[in-house]
Design a protein around this ligand. Structure first.
Ligand SMILES: [Fe+2]
Length: 382
């Protein structure tokens, strides 16, 4: 028997090498005449911004460029983009970049059309006015933000990650062009790739999972599996970029419909406190959270099915959890040491993360203490 569910919409997805050429036609169809393109200095340097602007101008579409996106955007970063936006005239947004560019564009869209600060939108469905049409062109394969109606923005000061969601914030269109991800620096591809894998695995067992989100999670896992070994080796081959980009987007759709879990809830404080890159923080916590979740029958059954997929692909005869432990162990170690009192503070911050509420096994603050102790190989105090 299938449990009842209600699905969230998806952006129109256009996938394939070179499909960025379809952007102007799609924009015209949406009735947008002039855009604010939100991006970061790295993409300006890589030449992607110039090429995209030329494509748009050729089609008679006006474009203003905001190129100051910072990693892990804060409330102030969103306001900086909005202050720039207020000086320009445009009727649609396009984000060209990784999760930070996509989140900054979404956040700017909230502020420009509805006012206030990003903390006013923490949660879901708090924007009263319509938002401008928004399109996303991810240049990294990881966050899946192009398929989600949430902007992840850090609170000024505490750096707490706030998920600010609204159905109106969802992209109308996501252009998934693997060729654009070719300039992604390889270490970034490793971090974002592991993040995408974590999205597939956490959404697969989330307490909010549905028949549909489970399909997205498994399809994402299968695409990511085809490429992740090469990506972690910093040696992408053939279709690896395409599999990762599609896998990341499908994981994003899974999250949109099922949310995440305790690996993200415990990773976010490591980023907020120590500045650990998101993918590395998630990689550090994921195997321990999976072992914790194995105690729940529903999750254990899904892990078993995914272990069978590993065998089917001829990737490993290890169990899924052992394989994830092995894979994440190949990443560069996080250079922080947390003592017992810091671990207690981290655990309290993790418990406050909304995303942990969807973990298949309820996680108490004391469980987060144990998860961090396991991750940092700290012995239990006598
Ligand atoms: Fe993530």
């Amino acid at each position: 028997m299938v449990d009842p569910f209600s699905s969230r919409p998806s952006p129109k997805l256009i996938f394939g090498n070179g499909v960025i050429k379809e952007l102007p036609g799609e924009i015209v169809q949406l009735g947008v005449k002039s855009l604010l393109l939100v991006t970061d200095p790295g993409l300006v340097k890589a030449g992607h911004v110039e090429k995209t602007c030329a494509l748009l101008k050729e089609a008679g579409i006006g474009v203003h460029v905001y190129e100051n996106v910072s990693e892990n955007p804060t409330e102030s970063d969103a306001e900086d983009c909005c202050n720039f936006a207020k000086t320009k005239s445009f009727d649609g947004f396009v984000a060209l970049g990784g999760g930070s560019s996509i989140d900054t564009a979404k956040a700017c869209n909230f502020l420009l059309t509805n006012g206030g600060r990003m903390s006013d939108y923490h949660g879901y469905g708090k924007a009263k006015n319509p938002l401008l049409p928004f399109m996303a062109i991810p240049t990294t394969a990881g966050t899946g933000s192009e398929c989600q109606s949430y902007a992840l923005v850090s609170r000024d000061g505490s750096h707490e990650k706030m998920a600010c969601g609204d159905p109106k914030a969802l992209a109308r269109l996501a252009i998934l062009d693997p060729e654009i991800t070719n300039t992604q620096p390889r270490p970034i591809a490793v971090q974002t790739g592991i993040d995408a894998l974590a999205h597939a695995l956490e959404s697969a067992v989330s307490s909010k999972r549905t028949e549909l989100s489970s399909m997205y999670s498994e399809a994402a896992f299968r695409h990511i599996l085809r490429a992740i070994d090469d990506i972690v080796d910093c040696n992408p081959q053939g279709d690896d970029r395409g599999h990762m980009l599609l896998g990341a987007a499908l994981s994003g759709l899974a999250i949109e419909n099922s949310m995440l879990g305790a690996a993200h809830a415990s990773a976010n404080p490591l980023t907020a406190r120590y500045g650990v890159i998101h993918g590395r923080a998630v990689a550090k916590m994921l195997p321990h959270v999976m072992r914790f979740n194995e105690g729940v029958e529903g999750a254990a059954r899904i892990y078993e099915r995914y272990s069978a997929i590993l065998k089917e692909f001829g990737i490993s005869s290890m169990s899924l959890i052992d394989w994830v432990t092995h894979l994440t162990g190949r990443m560069q170690e996080i250079d922080i040491t947390a003592d017992d009192s810091e671990i207690r503070e981290l655990a309290s911050e993790a418990k406050a993360q909304w995303t942990g509420d969807f973990n298949p096994r309820p996680v108490e603050e004391s469980d987060y203490v144990e998860l961090y102790r396991a991750a940092f190989a700290l012995p239990k105090p006598a």
